[in-house]
Design a protein around this ligand. Sequence first.
Ligand code: HEM
Ligand code: HEM
Ligand SMILES: [Fe+2]
Length: 472
Amino acid sequence: MKKEKIMKYQSQKVAKPYFIAALALFVGQIVFGLIAGLQYLHGTFLFPELPFDVTRMSHTNLLIVWLLMTFMGAAYFIVPEEAQTELYSPRLALVTFWVFLIAAALTIVAYLFVDYAHLAAITGNAILPTMGRGYLEQPLPTKIGIVLVALSLLFNVTMTLIKGRKTSINLILVGSLWGLALLFLPAFYFPHDTVKASYAWWWVVHGWVEGDWELILGALLGFILIKMTGVDREIVEKWLYIIVAMTLISGLIGIGHHYYYTGAPSYWIWLGSIFSALEPIPFILLIAFSFKMLLQRRREHPNKAAMLWALGTPIMAFLGAGLWGFMITLAPAQYYMHGTNFTAAHGHLAFFGAYAMISLAIISYAMPLLRGRTANSAAAQRWEIAGFWIMVLSMLGIALALTGAGIVTVILQRAADDPMPFMQVQDKARVFFWVREFAGVGFFIGLLVYLRSFFIAGEYEYASEMKQALAA
Ligand code: HEM
Ligand code: HEM
Ligand SMILES: [Fe+2]
């Protein structure tokens, strides 16, 4: 196949810098994760240069940034192809990329070198307070930058959609990108009233991961599976609409699982418990949908690694979000488990299983194409597949270790008649923090193995019939 033929629309190429930057930021995220894990074992490690709160904030903020980077790259890759037209403005997409990358890098550098309170003082937090809530720690200029970047993305993809074909994948994708931007706006509302502040915080955090982003996940997975299996669009669309509906029904009111015992009205105990208990359903549907597509496939796509990511994503997302989420979601369970390492176990497995893995899935599908190949060579795919398994198994290790630490806290502190002091409980859970750190090192090795696959040259050698089938 000629190189020029591989990409359907030249403007899709702007996705490439987004994907590369995303992977670089992913490496940064994991390095901070490893340091944070060490600080659990040696409280003074790198102190005072790098206190735990800064390490943790850099870890979680880099996570959010690299995921957003991939979602944007994915949008610039998918929207033109689905709309069957070039991107409205590739140049704007490229400018937006640099603005986002530089803003993100400056923010992390500021976290590392400027004292957080001082950073707040010099970036106008007194004028419009926004800093300090988890995941939304960014200073005001960064938050405004995020809004501008989102507006630019929305303008670009919406204009592309308007002039092109309107498929369900594109409507869900562009619609959920609008949702993502709108749901970020409560980040600018940080009143003194802690109940109201926590409402606004969860509208962003829960609204994203248990609402809007699930729609992005569905659209990306649907796109990859259509491309890889050749299954009819109509079937995919029917499933996607059911998944979207179930996500919204369960996720919107399910936000109540963050309102128990916070000072919010007590009816949330019932609403939150009942509706959030339904939240695993869309994840089960995603598994059923993906495997149905696999069974009905009309071709064997040579990119086996991408298929593995695409099938692994719904399974791991179900485990992390569906199962580990369900474990902590009912009000009587939250009563004991709130804010323990059960939450961290769930947070890691869900974020990795759903959003890191769908990101790696779209990168796995699109990057070979962006580099002028239908699929990477068998040798490169072996590295990628090894990276997949090492990362997935290590993440299960991290989640199980944190679950162990959670159990220790619940038994010795939360549910005990004679609760043990916090620090003594931490000490009892120490073995689990060691296991977490070892699994974390494993994860980092898996990431390096995965990245190695990008440096192995060559295209997949496939039979000539397949070449023709893929060109069709
Ligand atoms: C893609 C992989 C990863 C994802 C998606 C991820 C995600 C997260 C999230 C969402 C949090 C905040 C959760 C909470 O405190 O409830 C967090 C905190 C943390 N992560 Fe990760 N992480 C990943 C990898 C790692 C690795 C490899 C390590 C290293 C051992 C690590 C260590 C930590 C630590 C120590 C915290 C702070 C926990 C605390 O405050 O108690 N993470 N991570
Ligand atoms: C992919 C989807 C999901 C992701 C990425 C995710 C991630 C997270 C993270 C990072 C936290 C910790 C927030 C913090 O810093 O306090 C959290 C909390 C929580 N999640 Fe999820 N979650 C997902 C889906 C779900 C689902 C489906 C359920 C229920 C079935 C659920 C139930 C909960 C509950 C109850 C809490 C509060 C825990 C506490 O307050 O200690 N999550 N989630
Ligand atoms: Fe939630």
